[in-house]
Design a protein around this ligand. Structure first.
Ligand code: HEM
Length: 323
């Protein structure tokens, strides 16, 4: 009996470890033999896309994050709703854009290497290209992910963190995916590019505690600026998260956080933990000397979350539907 219990414990822990020990089966250059130009083909399409619309860099970086945090990096974010409502139709994902770019990349790859490159890997490579296109540092992307075949709206609600999250919720949410407190602060630096809808932070501008007040922890001058742009219940206006350099991958968003000019509670919350606060303060003081490299490492960690590899899963022909 005792032996059975021990075996059960070992099995249980092995499963647990598998659940968070992510990334087995991935490697840099996975397609070297099967589709040697895979990354170059992606880069080519992305160079054209970003020349036309660099503002797609933000949504495409965010898309990889939203994919990885729900069911792992297996392209569930890309599936269209069918018999059930898919992730892409859930409230936090309605502001994502750029799906047609992924289709364009996939079509280019299918032409040269049919049935070889997964949509999950496309998302990871495109995210890296978005960072580089906006001036961030190049990093190698591990590949070898395969695509899943399930996507469900309800799973986004429990796995994607809201912009109102406090530091405890953020750390727990990242830990649940096998990511560290450092990964949390580094990846939050992704907010150096892109825009946000007013509705994602207007709770901080109007009626924060139910007394027609703004969030007292936000710089009151910045509250004034934002209120001019975002009227009550505004659902459509976009605000640059890092005003003036929202298409440049720099460390200015960290500086804004230290000045209490972050848009989201979840970004300002990084001041409420000694590790995250020390990191963003140091980066904004020394010009972000390690942020470029750190971001690549943390993106690699994120890109390993619950991946499907080997002969499991499949390679979709079209990223928006199962074969
Ligand atoms: C830590 C938890 C996070 C929260 C709560 C959060 C929340 C948000 C919210 C609310 C928006 C604005 C959406 C809109 O209104 O249009 C946003 C935008 C964005 N997020 Fe995050 N985010 C988090 C982490 C990340 C991570 C890890 C990355 C990437 C590494 C990322 C990259 C982005 C980018 C690039 C945008 C701009 C998108 C665009 O231009 O359309 N975020 N995020």
């Amino acid at each position: 009996m005792a032996a059975m219990a021990t075996v059960a414990k070992v099995v249980c822990c092995f499963v647990l470890v598998l659940g968070v020990a992510n990334g087995q089966g991935l490697k840099v250059g996975f397609y070297q033999n099967t589709c040697p130009n895979a990354e170059a083909i992606v880069n080519d399409v992305m160079r054209t896309v970003f020349k036309e619309a660099l503002s797609l860099a933000g949504p495409l970086l965010r898309m990889h994050f939203h994919d990885c945090f729900v069911r792992g990096c297996e392209a569930s974010i890309l599936l269209n709703s069918s018999t059930n409502t898919a992730e892409k139709d859930s409230p936090p994902n309605l502001s994502l854009r750029g799906y047609q770019v992924i289709d364009r990349v996939k079509a280019a790859l299918e032409k040269k290497c049919p049935g070889i490159v997964s949509c999950a890997d496309i998302l990871a490579i495109v995210a890296r290209d978005a960072v580089v296109a906006t001036g961030g540092k190049f990093y190698n992307v591990e590949t070898g992910r395969r695509d899943g075949n399930v996507s469900s709206l309800t799973e986004t609600l429990t796995n994607l963190l809201p912009p109102t999250a406090n530091i405890t919720t953020l750390i727990a949410g990242f830990n649940a995916k096998g990511l560290s407190v450092k990964d949390l602060v580094v990846l939050s630096g992704g907010h150096t590019i892109g825009t946000s809808h007013c509705s994602s932070f207007s709770n901080r501008l109007y009626n924060f505690t139910g007394k027609n007040d703004a969030d007292p922890s936000m710089d009151p001058n910045y509250v004034k600026v934002l209120k001019k742009r975002c009227k009550i219940n505004d659902q459509t206006t976009l605000v640059e998260m890092d005003p003036g350099s929202f298409k440049t991958f720099d460390i200015k968003y960290f500086t804004l956080i230290t000045k209490r000019r972050a848009l989201f509670t979840s970004d300002e919350a990084l001041l409420n933990n000694s590790v995250t606060k020390a990191y963003l303060t140091a980066q904004s003081k020394n010009g972000g000397s390690t942020f470029g490299d750190d971001f690549g490492v943390s993106m690699m960690n994120m890109g390993r979350i619950s991946v499907i590899t080997g002969s499991a899963g499949h390679i979709r022909k079209f990223c928006y539907k199962n074969n």
